[in-house]
Design a protein around this ligand. Sequence first.
Ligand code: CMC
Length: 444
Amino acid sequence: MGPAILDDNHESAHLEFTPGTPGGVETVDLPILHGTMGPAVLDIRKLYTETDYFTYDPGYTATASCESKITFIDGEKGILLHRGYPIDELAEKSTFLKVAYLLMEGDLPTSEEYITFEKNITHHTMVHEQLRNFYSGFRRDAHPMAIMVGVVGALSAFYHDSLDIRDPQQRIIASHRLIAKMPTIAAMAYKYSVGQPFVYPKNELGYAENFLHMMFSTPTGSYTVNPVVAKALDKILILHADHEQNASTSTVRLVGSSGANPFACIAAGIACLWGPAHGGANEAVLNMLKEIGHKDRIPEFLEKAKNKDDPFRLMGFGHRVYKNFDPRARVLWKTSQEILDELGFDNDPLLQLAKELERIALEDPYFVERKLYPNVDFYSGFILKAIGVPTTMFTVLFAVARTVGWIAHWMEMIEDPAQKIGRPRQLYTGHTLRHYEPQTHHGI
Ligand code: CMC
């Protein structure tokens, strides 16, 4: 697969302006680029220099910010592919670390490649001892995402030997460090919030198992990881690993485009993910269900969601790209049934409420007409709740998983010869030129 190509016939879009346009140009031909899948794109890079026009696209709803070979989404059909593999096949048949390798390297690892990769990740799971001091600077009731933003950003003050982004070897070491240390940093944030001692990672445990061990074991007792729980967590990690040019990934690319170091870039991604419209939604779903409280109040909340004067939105519903069932939600729905059965949570009142809310919303014309379906965050919270992860840690787990996607995109961006510092333009609607006059202040 080469770079995006000009159509064989050098197809282009012909744009005609009415005479007297700002640049004096009346027509311009915009090349049409074709990827391997998905809609063709208009290459507008020369638009401004040739015509004096910008394009206006708040929220980038119709703008490709880069070329990428990592993830493909067809939102109308509900398709999500990583390096060509459907997400449901990866979730059923693969593991998080193999998917991490796939996203970063482009292909699934051979057994030798996997052994080396797994060893590299396992051997970077500990954090510098001094980093532990950061935690005591936070209030015990700090949101763990606030701690994540701070501590991950601070990694750049500890690992000076992997900050040179022009050195491919340093980029790889920084990537391995980030993937390896995120669960440790996340579990430490949790332990700090409950006043328990930090737990060191164990090299003999798998990625998800290690996270559970660091979250739930204490020095006073023995803790055995339930393999069903570890598998469910691994699946959640796979399903959250990457999602094309979403807000946090675009943030990482934008920050990285200035040449910032990888730890700073990932800290920025975490900050973006925290918002309730993005990764914070899984936490918001459970909070919303608690607020609804009883199925009799569902109609009242649906009315709130439909009311344009009310900022309330049905959390866990709708997606910028999917206008169909989120394929990750389908997998998670099945996993949530399995894990809740295993742990005896099937009669959980919040789960019952969620099922009822989903049923009613999917029949409501407002949601049907706008193609608002449950997204990945609608179900992930139930699994995490059932395995004992507190609500405030939900988005943290999302960040642990998405670190892999952020890194894959950051690497791809740095290696892209067309890469430029991200610098959008604007439609200015402020004052025109006016001159400064010294103010006379009455009464002073
Ligand atoms: N509840 C009520 N109305 C909604 C919702 C919702 N959850 N989502 C969209 N709408 C309405 C919206 O008001 C608009 O209506 P109208 O056309 O009458 O003005 C229409 O549906 C289209 O919505 P939009 O605002 O143009 O959609 P968007 O692409 O800007 O927003 C979204 C996407 C995910 C931010 C939004 O659907 C939302 O806020 N959902 C709830 C938060 C959530 O679950 N986020 C997790 C997303 S999946 C995880 C991830 O990838 O991070």
